[in-house]
Design a protein around this ligand. Structure first.
Ligand code: NAP
Length: 284
């Protein structure tokens, strides 16, 4: 039976460490602030934004919410981003995705100053991650690395398989595993022999967006399984990409959903905001 990787516990210790540093900065007269921009009234986005604000409060980070109506124009949003880029109280800018159709997400991401891009989605930060010389790591893959580290399983030399190649999860996840000297395979919807490839993985990361996609026969005995998936079922329950019950019988370590990767994403956002504040104040 697999051991559970407790995302709540790991994220609590990351947030506690951030809170300690934020408090120490406050004593030096430096405050840390995150602007959170939400456009429209998507219920899932509202939950994510509220959770991020709560995390800020628990870490002593000031959060500034900008809730814009669903008919906001691209120009209006770009103007706000520019204002936040200039605002000294704002160390990090987070624009909650997805954005309404009339707004080009790519343009907005690129408009955020790379120094305040705490999601690390901006092309400058993506490029820095590629060459291994970065200030921030994208929140979800970075949180997954913390979860892998919490097992004490070393990535070095291990066969790592990432299912999914999105810019925000799959690709950066693969890059972080590669930086740690894993031997990495990225799978996607056109991959042939997916099951056989997954069965070779010592470390398997699922970022597909399909409930219970990873079944026990796709998992190597003793593997570390990280489930990034957050799928809302018709009955309202949250479900990962991994068939948790069955895969738990095969894997050595597994993340639950909820309580695995989700809390880590937010904790990493807090850590990135702190890093941004330190850099902007010449402390890092
Ligand atoms: P995405 O952009 O939709 O990417 C999904 C990836 O899965 C794509 O690369 C796609 O391949 C691949 N895929 C789809 N069907 C497949 C199949 N049958 N076989 C192999 N690969 C397949 O999703 P995402 O943004 O990366 O998110 C993935 C999941 O993680 C979602 O459930 C999302 O909600 C969740 N998520 C969670 C967090 C968190 O904090 N826990 C954060 C971000 C995302 P193609 O490229 O070929 O289409």
């Amino acid at each position: 039976m697999a051991k559970i990787i407790d995302g709540k516990a790991v994220s609590a210790s990351v947030k506690a460490a951030v809170a300690q540093e934020v408090a120490a900065l406050k004593e030096q007269g430096i405050s840390v602030g995150l602007a959170v921009v939400i456009v429209g009234d998507d219920p899932a986005s509202r939950i994510y934004v509220n959770n991020k604000k709560k995390a800020c409060a628990s870490c002593g980070i000031e959060s500034f919410e900008y809730a814009l109506s669903g008919d906001t124009t691209e120009e209006e949003l770009l103007e706000l981003v520019e204002k936040l880029n200039q605002d000294k109280k704002v160390n990090g800018i987070l624009v909650q995705l997805p954005l309404p159709r009339q707004i080009d997400e790519h343009k907005v991401i690129e408009a955020i100053s790379p120094k305040k891009d705490v999601d690390a989605f901006n092309a400058v930060n993506v490029g820095k991650i590629m060459i291994g010389d970065f200030d921030f790591l994208p929140c979800t893959p970075s949180g997954c690395m913390d979860l892998i580290d919490s097992t004490s399983v070393s990535v070095e030399g291990k066969r790592c398989v990432v299912i999914g190649r999105s810019n925000i999860v799959g690709k950066p996840m693969a890059m972080l595993l590669l930086h740690r000297n894993g031997t990495v395979t990225i799978c996607h919807s056109r991959t042939k022999d997916l099951k056989e490839i997954c069965r070779q993985a010592d470390i398997l990361v699922a970022a597909v967006g399909k409930p219970n996609f990873v079944t026990a026969d796709m998992v190597k005995e003793g593997a570390v399984v990280i489930d990034v998936g957050m799928n809302r079922l018709e009955n309202g329950k949250l479900c990962g990409d991994v068939d948790f019950e069955a895969v738990s019988q095969v894997a050595e370590w597994i993340t639950p959903v909820p309580g695995g990767v989700g809390p880590m994403t937010i904790a990493t956002l807090m850590r990135n905001t702190l890093t941004a504040a330190k850099i902007q104040n010449g402390l890092s």
